[in-house]
Ligand binder design. Structure first.
Ligand SMILES: C=C(O[C@@H]1C=C(C(=O)O)C=C[C@H]1O)C(=O)O
Length: 264
């Protein structure tokens, strides 16, 4: 019998679930697995750089890169199936997404209404393609563009979900200590808010844990005892760097943005 696992989502499943910092941190820990696995999948392919060039494709009625085409079209289908009704999901191309065609699921929404306006996906897109991806994958072109773009989208969606969970983290931190947060929110002091919400010891643990996960999930598994010794599908230290330079700073950026709007 499968035991209940930590929930992958930050949004509560039912209106009676209460938001707690421990619960959200458990969800962020579970999401590390999704992020590491999605990176391992993307690293099966080389860079396939042509996919990212603006002028490589000549799709009638579309101007942009092939990866942008695939992401836009996939998001449109997922929007029709109701993906973005979930307050935890943020599209990369929110302009002109189709409306859901399915019966709406009632997601409990525990966030302040202004939280919906925060979307960090442009920044995520930029760091992922321009800074991180060249470090993750080998150079080269194997022509598997559609499969590669689908795996890029899986990485982007997993990273985006994690980073935007900052809204939930901020909500619970605010609720736990409204008196501490109210003054810097009223005077819109970003730096003070950033200091208040930062837990360095937690961040150190996150970095160590994701590096270890990359080692465990990315090792060659064999039936003798050697298990590929020291050969990993992705560089474990790169995953720790991903969190250190981009994932955690952007999560905190989302937290600050959310708090700045919290008393509106
Ligand atoms: C997410 C939190 O807020 C901050 C961001 C962290 C992260 O992105 O992992 C970790 C600790 C905090 O500095 C948290 O407190 O858990």
């Amino acid at each position: 019998m499968l035991e209940a696992m930590a929930d992958v989502s930050c949004n509560p499943n039912s209106a009676s679930d209460t938001l707690t910092l421990d619960g959200i941190r458990d969800s962020l820990i579970r999401q590390e697995d999704s992020i590491v696995f999605s990176l391992i999948e993307r690293a099966r392919f080389p860079l396939n750089g042509k996919m990212y060039h603006h002028n490589y494709t000549s799709i009638p009625g579309f101007s942009g890169s092939l990866v942008e085409f695939i992401v836009r079209e996939t998001e449109a289908i997922q929007a029709k199936a109701g993906r973005y009704e979930n307050p935890e999901e943020n599209p990369f191309f929110p302009e002109s997404l189709p409306r859901p065609l399915v019966h709406p699921h009632k997601y409990p929404n525990v966030l302040h209404p202004s939280g919906a306006s925060i979307n960090m996906n442009k920044v995520i897109w930029d760091f992922y393609f321009n800074k991180f991806l060249p470090l993750l994958v080998a150079d080269g072109d194997d022509g598997n563009y559609a499969a590669t773009a689908a795996s890029d989208l899986a990485c982007l969606q997993a990273l985006s979900r994690r980073i935007h969970c900052g809204k939930y983290v901020a909500e619970v931190k605010f609720k736990d200590a409204p008196n501490e947060y109210e003054t810097p929110i009223r005077s819109q002091e970003r730096d003070t808010l950033m200091k208040l919400l930062t837990f360095e010891a937690v961040e150190e643990m996150v970095k160590k844990r994701v590096e270890k996960k990359a080692m465990v999930f990315g090792q060659e598994v064999t039936l003798n005892d050697t298990n590929g010794e020291g050969k990993y599908k992705i560089d474990p230290s790169l995953v720790s760097r991903l969190y250190d330079e981009w994932v955690m700073p952007l999560t905190k950026e989302v937290e600050v943005e959310y708090l700045l709007l919290r008393l509106e």
